[in-house]
Design a protein around this ligand. Structure first.
Ligand code: BES
Ligand code: MN
Ligand code: ZN
Length: 496
C-alpha cells in the first residue's frame, strides 16, 4: 500500500472509494458536503438507521450522486468523548478491512480529520496509514488467493496538509516492519526454521545501507558455551542460529538499544511434550524474533539516528533421543546452573544465553521479547504485552510507548518476593516456578541473566497473535518498539 496526498475535495476526488468517519454527533465535515451534493441522501440514510450507529461498524455505499468517487465507505466513530487513540486505531482497522472487501484498489482517507481526544494531527495521519496497511494484509505465502478474491488496495490518498506527507512516509516504514513480523509469524514451521530466519536477516542487511548482520552457527555457540540455548536446540534436526542485526545510525561511541527475541520456530514442548490439540499454534513461538526483525526493518527504513542491536535466538524445541530432559542440570553461558524441570519452559533457556551474549555489546538498555508463557495469555488476553522490569523509569518508557502507539503494554511486578519460587536444591535455579504467577517467575528467571543491566522483559504470548478470523500473527509489538526507540532518539521530529 502506497500513500499520497491531494488537494481535491471529498466531492471532487476521483477514487475507487472514499473513506469517511461518522461520530454519534451526526453528519459533519466532508460527510455534510457529500450530503448536500447528493441532495440529502446521507441524512435520509442516517435517519433510517442505515449508516453505522456504533464505533467500528462500517457501511459501504455505491454510486452516491454528486461525488466522483465510485464508493463511499462510512465507518462509525462512536461518542466523541470515547474516541481516543486506541478507539481510533480500531475504527481505522475496521474501515481498512471493509475497504479490502470492497474491491477498491484506490482510496481516499478522511478519517484523520476527526477530533481524537488525546492525539495531535501528525499522530492521526501516521496511525491511520499504519492501521490501513495492517488491515490490507492477506497471507499468501502458501495459499494463493482465488481469482475472484478482493484485490489489495494499492494507493490511499490523504488530504494534503502540513507534515502529512512526512507522516505518511513514516507510516510506510513502520507498516513494512509490522508486515515483516506478520509474514514471519504466519509462515509454517517447516519453512520458517532457524536457518530461514537467518536468511531473512541476511537479505535485509543486503537491502539496507547501515544495517549489518552477524550469524552464529552451532560450533560458534559451543565455543561460547551457550549450553542453555544449545540444550533446547539439540533435539532438533534444524540447527540453531544466533542472529544479530545491527543498525549503525548513531555515533560509533553511542551505546546501542538492544532487542532480544525468542525465536522458537516450533515448540512441541520437547520431552515434556504438549497436548496434541492446538499444538500447531506453536509456530507463533518465534513471535519475539519476528518483532525484533520487523522492528529492525522499520528502524532501517526510518534511518533512525541511533545505534540499535536486534538479537534473535532461533531454535526448534523437539523431543528426540538427544533432547534435553527434566532433571538435567545445565551450566549457562554466564556460569549459572539451571535444573530443568520442564523442557517446555524452553524460551527462558535460550534467552538466558542470548541475554548474556547481548551484554557484551554494551547496550544502554536491553528489552527481550518473547511468547514466553501461557499464563500471560490468561492474565492479559490478546490485548496487551506484559512488561516486567525492576527499573521504574524503563517501565514508564515502555508503558507510554505502548499507549502512544496503540500497541499497549501493561506492567506486572518483578518483586524479589517471587524469586524463591525458582530455587532448586541441585542448581542455582530451576526453570519453572510452579502455578502461581507463571509469567512473573519466568521474568525472575531471566532477571538472573541481566543483572546490572538496564533491562526489561516483555511477554508477548497473547499480543503477538490473534485467534480466528483468521488466526494470524499481529506484528506486535513492532509499533510500540519503534515508538519507544524514536522517543529515545529524540522524538518524531528528528526523523527526516
Ligand atoms: N511458547 C510457550 C508459551 C505459550 C503458550 C505462548 C501458549 C503462547 C500461547 C512456552 O514455551 C511454554 O510452553 N511455556 C509453558 C511454561 C511452563 C512449562 C512453566 C507454559 O506456559 O505452559
Ligand atoms: Mn514451551
Ligand atoms: Zn515456547
Amino acid at each position: 500500500m502506497q500513500f499520497t496526498t491531494t488537494d481535491a475535495t471529498a466531492t471532487a476526488i476521483e477514487t475507487d472509494c472514499l473513506v469517511a468517519g461518522l461520530g454519534e454527533a451526526g453528519l459533519s465535515g466532508p460527510l455534510s458536503d457529500i450530503d448536500k451534493a447528493s441532495d440529502g441522501l446521507l441524512s435520509r440514510l442516517h435517519e433510517s438507521g442505515d449508516l453505522p450507529q456504533k464505533a467500528s461498524q462500517t457501511v459501504l455505499l455505491h454510486a452516491v450522486p454528486g461525488i466522483k468517487a465510485a464508493r463511499l465507505l462510512v465507518v462509525g466513530l462512536g461518542k466523541a468523548e470515547k474516541l481516543d487513540g486506541a478507539a481510533f486505531d480500531k475504527a481505522v482497522k475496521a474501515a481498512g478491512k471493509a475497504l479490502r472487501q470492497s474491491r477498491a484498489t484506490s482510496a481516499h482517507c478522511l478519517l484523520a480529520d476527526h477530533e481524537v481526544t488525546d492525539r495531535a494531527s501528525d499522530w492521526k495521519v501516521r496511525q491511520a496509514g499504519i492501521a490501513l496497511a495492517y488491515a490490507d494484509y492477506v497471507y499468501s505465502a502458501t495459499k494463493k488467493p482465488k481469482d475472484d478474491a478482493p484485490p489489495a488496495t494499492d494507493t490511499v490518498s490523504f488530504p494534503a496538509g502540513e507534515g502529512v506527507e512526512q507522516q505518511l512516509g513514516l507510516a510506510e516504514a513502520i507498516a513494512a516492519g509490522v508486515q515483516r513480523a506478520r509474514d514471519l509469524a504466519d509462515l509454517p514451521p517447516n519453512i520458517c526454521t532457524p536457518a530461514y530466519l537467518a536468511e531473512i536477516a541476511e537479505k535485509m542487511a543486503a537491502e539496507h545501507d547501515g544495517l549489518e548482520v552477524e550469524i552464529l552457527e552451532q560450533e560458534a555457540m559451543e565455543k561460547l558455551e551457550m549450553n542453555a540455548l544449545l540444550a533446547v536446540a539439540v533435539g532438533s534436526a534444524n540447527r540453531p542460529r544466533l542472529i544479530r542485526l545491527s543498525w549503525k545510525g548513531g555515533k560509533d561511541s553511542d551505546a546501542p538499544l538492544a532487542m532480544v527475541g525468542k525465536g522458537v520456530t516450533f515448540d512441541t514442548g520437547g520431552i515434556s511434550i504438549k497436548p496434541r490439540d492446538l499444538m500447531e499454534q506453536m509456530k507463533f513461538d518465534m513471535g519475539g524474533a519476528a518483532a525484533t526483525i520487523g522492528a529492525m526493518e522499520a528502524v532501517a527504513r526510518l534511518k533512525l539516528p541511533m545505534n540499535i542491536e536486534g538479537v534473535v535466538a532461533a531454535v526448534e524445541n523437539m523431543p528426540d533421543g538427544k533432547a534435553y530432559r527434566p532433571g538435567d542440570v545445565i551450566t549457562a553461558m554466564n556460569g549459572k546452573t539451571i535444573e530443568v524441570h520442564n523442557t517446555d519452559a524452553e524460551g527462558r533457556m535460550i534467552l538466558a544465553d542470548a541475554l548474556t551474549w547481548t551484554e557484551r555489546l554494551n547496550p544502554d538498555t536491553t528489552v527481550d521479547l518473547a511468547t514466553l508463557t501461557g499464563a500471560c495469555v490468561v492474565a492479559l488476553g490478546h490485548h496487551a504485552s506484559a512488561v516486567m522490569t525492576q527499573d521504574d523509569e524503563l517501565a514508564e518508557e515502555l508503558l507510554s510507548a505502548g499507549q502512544r502507539s496503540a500497541d499497549r503494554t501493561w506492567r506486572l511486578p518483578l518483586w524479589d518476593d517471587y524469586q524463591e519460587q525458582i530455587d532448586s536444591p541441585f542448581a542455582d535455579m530451576k526453570n519453572i516456578g510452579g502455578m502461581p504467577a507463571g509469567s512473573i517467575t519466568a521474568g525472575c528467571f531471566l532477571s538472573r541473566f541481566a543483572e546490572g543491566q538496564r533491562w526489561a522483559h516483555i511477554d508477548i504470548a497473547g499480543a503477538a497473535w490473534q485467534w480466528g478470523k483468521p488466526e494470524s500473527g499481529t506484528g506486535r509489538p513492532v509499533g510500540m518498539l519503534v515508538d519507544w526507540m524514536v522517543d529515545r532518539a529524540g522524538g518524531w521530529d528528528v526523523l527526516g
